[in-house]
Design a binder for this molecule. Sequence first.
Ligand SMILES: Cc1cc2nc3c(=O)[nH]c(=O)nc-3n(C[C@H](O)[C@H](O)[C@H](O)COP(=O)(O)OP(=O)(O)OC[C@H]3O[C@@H](n4cnc5c(N)ncnc54)[C@H](O)[C@@H]3O)c2cc1C
Length: 689
Amino acid sequence: MPIEVPQHILDALTDVEMPRLPPDAGVAERLALGGLDLPVYRAACLVVGSGAAGLRAAVELARRGVQVAVASQSAWGGTSACSGSDKQTIHTANTADRGDDFHAMAAALSAGGAMDADTAYVEAVGSLRSMASLQYLGLPLPQDGLGGTLRYQTDHDEVGRATSCGPRTSRLMVRVLADEALRLGVPILNQTTVLRLLVEGARCHGALLARARDRGAGNPYGLGLFLAPVTVLAGGGPGEMYRDSVYPNGCFGTLGLAVEAGLDLVNLTESQFGIGTRREGFPWNLSGTYVQALPHIYSVDADGHEHHFLGAYYRTTRELASNIFRKGYQWPFHATRMLDFGSSLIDLAIARESASGRRVFMDFNRNPLPVAGGAAFSLDDLDDDVRAYLGKAGAVQAQPIDRLRHMNPLSIELYRRYKVDIAAEPLEFAVNNQHMNGGVAVDIWGRSSHPAIYAVGEAAGTHGVTRPGGAALNAGQVFGTRAAEHIAATLADHVAGDVAECAGKAVAAVLAGLGAGSGLTVAAVRDEVQARMSDAAGILCKAGAVRAALAEARALNGRIADDGIAIDRPSEVARAVQWRQMALASEAVLTALDHYIAQGGGSRGARAILDPAGDAVPVSAGGPLEDVRFRSERREDRERQILLRHGEGGFMVRERKTRALDQTERPFFERDWPAWLTGGVYRAEQGGA
Ligand SMILES: Cc1cc2nc3c(=O)[nH]c(=O)nc-3n(C[C@H](O)[C@H](O)[C@H](O)COP(=O)(O)OP(=O)(O)OC[C@H]3O[C@@H](n4cnc5c(N)ncnc54)[C@H](O)[C@@H]3O)c2cc1C
């Protein structure tokens, strides 16, 4: 007998209120630099970003007695607070039935290749603690009657290690972590953008900031210094890099900041793309039950005519409908799933429709139409796995909207909150960029190639080519905790030094980047970068187009270096710096991609490398799609990572073997305990960035 979930319970899981921040404490110290009168903030550790990863690091630092502060462009902005899907997922070791095997889980986390094996094990074994502590803080993860966490299967997950609080899991994570941070008295500097890290040799003195509230007569741009001997980058992913994006608005991440600081970056070739509603409206992933409800997918041309375009790709109605269903747990585009009439043929078809100028919709009031000459859609005529799942879920209602309402009423509720009623009207959507798997290269404690800078969450490049759904949120929690442990244990190594010269250079660099009279505006740089990245570095890449895009990106960065970016008013300083950094970050991605393709790298993860001489070709109902012929992945690339660093002469690229994990070396209590007791565990030479 289905249980009707009362409205107030649905409301609490979709409409998650965030805590109020206490009034700003103000600042007593000031420093005169470059003709400006700058406020100076201080702490032992600065965390950049207040998403789930940054707040986890801050809470864990504060609990260890480290004086920590968070600086955030937007306290409850960013991906964790503002993104989700039908059941937004966190991926942790299975805690129901017979439990889990951490080595098996690590193997699953790194199955796509290019992931360090030690990192994968750290994330697997750390996931239990990350989940249990979130539950302790009040995260309402669903349980069975015996205390096991309810689980389901998600992307790249053969076992079913996914769990969820509903569409807003990561916002709920931010809320419980923010409540705890505020309870512990962690200062959160809101509306505060970090512009530049104050790196001087092996020291990082902290950061140069821009804060609206610090603008004044002696400081028109609102610049300020945050002095701290250790910094944690938790700025999220570079969501603004692509035009076609399901990130919330204003997600810049800290990749460009890391480039300017000269940090090593890794796996920048690896991202995730998939179907969702774009950020021009309400950005949201259309995974899980949205597609498992089996809506009709169609496009509309400029004259308003509908096209049943998927009918041209699949051979039978059953095959078409079963693949729509599989997008639920095979959400990200993957080149090999375009083969054998797999589920990524759907992404390809949608991307081609969008590129031809048609708009694509999902209609929950119509079942999928039949393919030409094929049988009508029937819930009894689906592949066995699909029929079994829907039967078990009790999703046997006649219309998709009723199946969706039955399986996940929150998913309908969610769009309603943003004035979109999917029960009444079709939903427009597209294939979008959603996640950056690469980022700042870190060791097994989240420490970057610079000893005083750590990176956690999406800012860090801990994932490999693929990642199971929910692994991003888990990685942020595990490494937020690990970085805090390491910082607390090694803080005494970081001695403060005289900051004046380094800070002066940072101020001068920011001001020099503001080109009064420059032909480049924030809007012009944004449009150019976003269009280039979506057109040349989306799911379908061609060697020549990537090379040409790289040349254009270099040319743009040359112009920005020479002329700067013009701003209309002082309040635009942060945006101008962020777009300069995004232009650099996009050049970094294209440099890595160009290197990978030039070395003979094949299609893996989010990108198909198209090549007329390629060995694989997707086939549609109408025959081979020769324009999408692609190179297959090479096995040897799975054990390698591409690293980049920016220096005087531009980007330097190198490759390294992924770090291994010696599985014969088992922990042994009496032998290993002293290293824990003395803190030696934090200083052991293993898992370097
Ligand atoms: C639509 C969508 C659905 C997703 N679904 C899932 C899922 O189901 N499971 C999963 O594991 N992952 C999912 N992800 C990915 C996951 O949500 C993110 O990887 C994760 O939330 C990132 O957390 P974070 O703390 O690293 O960054 P964010 O939450 O993005 O936080 C970044 C913070 O940094 C601040 N910031 C940025 N730059 C600066 C700066 N220069 N100065 C100061 N502050 C700065 C921002 O204001 C923000 O507070 C999804 C992503 C999207 C877009």
